[in-house]
Design a protein around this ligand. Structure first.
Ligand code: PRX
Length: 633
């Protein structure tokens, strides 16, 4: 497409132009997409309310752009290449023509269930082609998808279903991961038993074939209603600012919030960033190892690649099954050209030993990507040397659920790299660093809190059903700026290096977990009086979860209690939020006004007790000594 940048010099001049004439810049890109009706204004915005509208008045459908538009030119090319969990089973290839037909059938099936424009549909699915198909089917008819990662608990699923009053859930019977079949339908049943009054239908894909319990009133098999539908379905004309999807994400306070993205801006942004960051070339085999349950899967497994007519590889399984060479075996088998994964996976595979990389032909690889958390130098170099053989640029892509797509990243092969640096903003993106009082920190070789001072098309529009929360979380901290929650450094070349969250959010294996959420779950255990959760550096996961808990009376048996506590967290949030360390304490360090001093707890969890600072002004300085002595690290 003609929004492609071809050299670093071009990047520099395009960047300058994008800041000077943002509307012209984005209009030129948006024109590359299909619109039923052109927009009336490119951008209307103010960050106070906030209110942001891109391509207002424009009518489009993202699936027309992902599918219909490619049928004449590349109908027979592979859109989705699916690699199953079990390497002995066959891969599935869906061409653009086939994907189009499957999406239309599924869209018609959803309509037959009474689902239409504006209805919310929840997904709780494994990584199977039908997940992508059904997501696109929603977008085709204007239904709003809300995908919940299938590792979350029934309680978390119920909370998310209820927050946006979803009309239906789409799930599978079971999920095949490694050598286990994990019940999925059962979790949906449990969520509904907790109470999901808005749910009318549960559409169930038979995947592993293991038996499930059936509720004849709500449950429908996918194979009973999808295959016999007509293979065409007119796309619903959507307003650029109609909702495309909701995706729940954790913050520093309260329950996860539903981040809302809208059709037009998200589409333009996902398409533009995919092509430029990865320097995607027609015919490339592209593989992003994320789960579609997270934003990376939305933007860079489904929408971004399909908008560009790419072949997107979708992998059902895990990196270590049947062995730690699986990723590299898949790269070899499908001749993957662009590979995009998370530092946590890189570190885990690095720890498994170089031998797993050595017996695979990785010569097809041209571009490597990293996402989700800061990549440490050791992992960066291992990725570069052992996987990229020192000839593939690594794009360290910084972005968030709320940003819709990548904001700061090298353009593969164009931007000169620096290990562990996300480098420079994409054209159209205007970052800045601010100090604690909200003053912009100018110049280079500085550190501060990362903000954006101008909107880009993929920016969050609201948090579902709670606009105040959106304002409070992202737009109220610093006037006239979108606040990311991350700290960053800008070096002498103007390159950005992301340091990590500056709020009470922990990044565990690239998954965002709010400490308050984990504390609330821990406090559900009948013996727990109070708890405080902090992150600590973890060799594989990036950050681990460290929980300090105060108990009501004596603990009968510590190992049994800890097991129960982990089970409680698993039941309420899911296994990803299980603490790595639990320390039973008699008190938590508090200020005289009763605020927990997390800074001290973080230091102790990190194993750094040399610089705890002055603790004498605390309400209870004596507990610091006790906690230090009992610390796990
Ligand atoms: O702290 C940053 C970290 O992940 C957060 C966003 O998490 P989430 O919304 O789940 O989206 C993850 C995938 C885009 C950010 O606030 N993060 C993401 N990418 C990077 C990163 N930290 C450092 N380097 C990155 N490349």
């Amino acid at each position: 497409m003609s929004y492609r940048i071809h050299s670093f010099e071009e990047y520099q001049s395009v960047y300058k132009n994008s800041v000077e004439n943002p509307e012209q810049f984005w209009a030129d890109i948006a024109k590359q997409f299909h619109w039923y009706k052109p927009w009336e204004s490119v951008l209307e915005w103010e960050f106070k309310t906030p209110s942001v509208a891109w391509f207002k008045g424009g009518k489009t459908n993202i699936t027309y752009n992902c599918l219909d538009r490619h049928l004449k030119t590349r109908g027979d090319e592979v859109a989705i290449l699916w690699e199953p969990n079990n390497p002995e089973n066959d891969a599935i290839r869906l061409t653009y023509q086939q994907l189009y037909e499957e999406v239309c059938r599924t869209a018609n099936a959803l309509k037959s269930l009474g689902i239409g424009k504006g209805d919310r549909v929840c997904f709780y699915m494994p990584m199977v082609p039908e997940l992508a198909i059904a997501v696109l089917a929603c977008a085709r008819i204007g239904a709003i998808h809300s995908i919940v990662f299938a590792g979350f608990s029934a309680q978390s699923l119920a909370d998310r279903i209820n927050d946006s009053a979803c009309k239906a859930v789409i799930c599978s019977d079971f999920n095949a991961r490694g050598n286990k079949n994990i019940p999925v339908k059962k979790v949906v049943d449990e969520a509904i038993a907790i109470g999901c009054p808005s749910i009318e239908k549960v559409l169930v894909l038979q995947h592993t074939g293991d038996p499930v319990t059936w509720n004849a009133e709500t449950d429908i098999w996918w194979h009973d209603i999808v295959p016999n539908q007509p293979a065409t379905c007119e796309p619903t004309e959507m307003d650029a600012e109609d909702m495309l999807f909701i995706l729940y994400t954790s913050g520093s306070t309260g329950k996860p919030k539903g981040v809302v993205h809208t059709v037009g801006g998200y589409m333009v942004y996902a398409g533009y960033t995919f092509e430029n960051v990865f320097q995607y070339n027609e015919g490339d085999i592209y593989w992003c190892t994320a789960d579609v349950g997270w934003i990376t899967g939305h933007s860079y497994i489904i929408y971004g690649p399909l908008l560009n007519g790419a072949t997107s590889l979708m992998f059902e399984g895990v990196p270590t099954f049947p062995d730690a060479g699986r990723f590299w075996e898949i790269c070899e088998k499908h001749k993957v050209n662009i590979f995009y994964t998370a530092p946590t996976a890189i570190r885990a595979l690095m720890a498994a030993g170089d031998q797993w990389t050595e017996n695979h032909d990785l010569s097809s690889l041209r571009v490597l990507g990293s996402v989700g958390e800061p990549i440490n130098a050791e992992a960066w170099h291992w990725y570069d040397e052992k996987i990229g053989k020192c000839r593939c640029p690594i794009v360290d892509t910084w972005w968030q659920t709320e940003t819709g797509g990548i904001l700061i990243s090298p353009l593969a092969g164009l931007t000169p790299l620096k290990p562990t640096f996300a480098t420079l903003p994409l054209p159209g993106v205007q970052p800045c660093l601010v100090d604690a009082s909200g003053n912009e920190i100018e110049g280079n070789d500085v550190e501060g809190m990362l903000c954006m001072k101008f909107p880009w098309p993929g920016i969050i529009r609201t948090t579902y059903d709670d606009h105040q929360r959106c304002k409070q979380t992202y737009f109220a901290t610093f006037e006239n700026k979108y606040f990311t929650g991350d700290g960053a450094r800008r070096d002498s070349d103007g390159y950005y290096r992301i340091i990590g969250r500056v709020d009470d959010v922990i990044n565990v294996s690239g998954h965002r977990i709010g400490t308050a959420e984990v504390e609330n779950a821990i406090n559900e255990h009948p013996l727990v009086v109070e708890s405080a959760v902090v992150g600590f550096p973890h060799e594989i996961k990036g950050q681990g979860i460290y929980a300090y808990v105060i108990l009501d009376g004596m603990v009968p048996d510590e190992p049994t209690f800890k097991k129960e506590l982990l089970a409680t967290v698993t039941r309420i949030i899911g296994p990803i939020a299980k603490p790595d360390e639990i320390q039973i304490v008699s008190g938590l360090p508090k200020t005289r006004s009763g605020k927990i001093m997390r800074r001290i707890l973080r230091k102790i969890a990190e194993g750094d007790t040399s610089s705890l600072g002055d603790t004498s002004t605390l309400l209870n300085p004596e507990v610091v000594v006790e906690i230090k002595d009992g610390a796990k690290r």
